[in-house]
Design a binder for this molecule. Structure first.
Ligand code: BES
Ligand code: ZN
Ligand code: MN
Length: 480
């Protein structure tokens, strides 16, 4: 992926933006949002992309217009594009360069083809014009490139089919990618997980075609501090529902049930590449949820690494089981001081918020505020759900500590609260991306059909803020 500030090199095509109003005499193009027009300037072809009314222009619209412009030119097989950002930066400020560059790069994403030899991704060179005066332009473009690359990597992981990407191959791929950016990687097999008592995790993956793996990626960006955030991502590489089998009509997306895992891993890679001052550990419980002779059954009562007993109401509510043990692992073995988990966890969140907005639960006001500010930088949409005391009772077990299904609705909230029972009182946040991780058709111009890479950018920005706000000095034990 390639983007840089233009040095006046010749490009095949220019992309320029226009706000609504009479843009040019004698042409029908008025600058209406996402409308386009091709013209020439000094012999260079120019694609004009409408931004809509100036007063309505925001960063999200700028992202959408930039992506649509680049996609249009790629369809025309243009190999070098000069993007004139002066109008957008004039309206939205210099800091919006990163957002525009990021979505221009995301428009370059192409699905990998597995049926042939890995096809080279189309290499289109992007040059930014109109940012020459901006002192941190180079930094903003670098950050945009790092983020776009990691979003694309997350999309690749989620788009990969379950027969190719299963716990062991996902672990191998992440070890390879993680080591390249300097993460400390470790992978626990089922025997090592059993020694730690991870029964909730192992129960889901038991007797499946491919054995489970616990993938751990550590980034020590602030060795002076003892603060560490756990980033726990659901890594179910195929979710058939188990004995509570999904209907065939719901099986289309079962390979995408590890989007939470992809999000936290790729966000951590971006943090490492940028040298962010934060300590973070990604923990991914990777397993298949299948039907096999030894698979778990509704009514079973199982243990967990925490010691809590869990009764199974539904084998399709498997995500919270594997996440519970992963959270305990992050706290007890990695000494996390705050927990963020992310998962394609419930159909209920899709009914509530559709495919553009993820659900959020959080029991710490400062953590929540920081995350929502990070979401403003990424232009992803999250909406916070309430934690009322009566919701807690809905997952109390009859024969055990906790049940994996609610007795009384509130599917998204109770799924989150199940996981919170394993957070040991630490500041905790939960993101349900079942609606936003996958899109067909694309809802925004910077997406492509299939995996979206949801969560990567917001988690990255959030962790940077969190590192900034939670720095202490472990050596001296002093606050600063
Ligand atoms: N991975 C699914 C949730 C999901 C649904 C993701 C739709 C993407 C699109 C999860 O494991 C699941 O099956 N959840 C059940 C829970 C229920 C049985 C309590 C659900 O939401 O139906
Ligand atoms: Zn699932
Ligand atoms: Mn399920």
């Amino acid at each position: 992926m390639n983007i840089c500030v233009s040095n006046g090199e010749a490009v095949q095509f220019e992309l320029r933006f226009a706000c609504e109003g009479k843009v040019q005499e004698d042409v029908p193009f008025t600058g209406e949002f996402l409308s386009k027009w091709i013209t020439f300037d000094g012999g260079i072809p120019v694609l004009l992309m409408g931004l809509g009314k100036r007063a309505e222009l925001d960063r999200k619209r700028a992202r959408r217009a930039a992506a649509k412009g680049v996609s249009t030119l790629i369809e025309m097989e243009v190999s070098s594009i000069g993007i004139d950002v002066s109008l957008i930066l004039g309206v939205l400020g210099e800091g919006s360069l990163r957002a525009v560059a990021e979505s221009a790069l995301l428009a370059l994403y192409r699905l990998p083809g597995w049926h042939f030899e890995e096809k080279a991704r189309r290499e289109t060179a992007l040059f930014i014009k109109g940012a020459e005066e901006i002192t941190d332009a180079q930094e903003q473009l670098e950050e945009a490139r790092r983020l776009a690359e990691q979003v694309c990597r997350a999309r690749d992981l989620v788009n990969a089919p379950s027969n190719l990407l299963y716990p062991q191959t996902m672990a191998e791929e992440m070890v390879r990618l993680g080591q390249k950016v300097g993460l400390s990687m470790s992978v626990l097999d089922e025997k090592q997980a059993a020694e730690l008592g991870m029964e909730a995790f192992l129960t889901v993956g038991k007797d499946a075609a491919q054995p489970p793996r616990l993938i751990v990626a550590r980034y020590d960006g602030d060795p002076e501090s003892s603060e560490r955030i756990a980033l726990v991502g659901k890594g179910i590489t195929c979710d058939t529902g188990g004995y509570c089998l999904k209907p065939a009509s719901s099986m289309g997306g079962i390979k995408g049930d590890m989007a939470g895992a992809a999000a936290v891993f790729c966000a951590l890679c971006a943090l490492a590449e940028s040298g962010a001052r934060v300590n973070a550990t990604v923990v991914i419980p990777a397993a298949e949820n299948r039907i096999a002779p030894g698979s778990f059954l509704p009514g079973d009562i199982i243990g967990s690494m925490s010691g809590k007993k869990i009764e199974i109401g539904n084998t399709d509510a498997e995500g919270r089981l594997v996440l519970a043990d992963a959270v305990t692992y992050a706290i007890r073995r990695e000494h996390a001081t705050a927990v963020l988990d992310i998962a394609t966890l419930t159909g209920a969140v899709v009914s509530m918020f559709g495919f553009t907005t993820a659900g959020l639960l959080c029991d710490d006001e400062e953590m929540c505020a920081d995350f929502l500010r990070a979401a403003e930088l990424s232009d992803e949409q999250y909406w916070r759900l309430p934690i009322f005391p009566e919701y807690e009772r809905m997952i109390d077990g009859k024969l055990s500590d906790v049940s994996n299904v609610s007795t009384d609705g509130c599917g998204t909230i109770t799924a989150g609260l199940f996981i919170r029972r394993f957070a040991e009182g630490l500041p905790w946040m939960h993101l349900d991306i079942a609606g936003t991780a996958w899109t067909d058709p694309p809802r925004w111009e910077y997406q492509s059909k299939g995996a979206t890479g949801a969560g990567v950018t917001t988690i990255y920005h959030f962790c940077r803020r969190w590192g900034e706000a939670h720095r202490n000095s472990a050596q001296s034990g002093a606050e600063n």
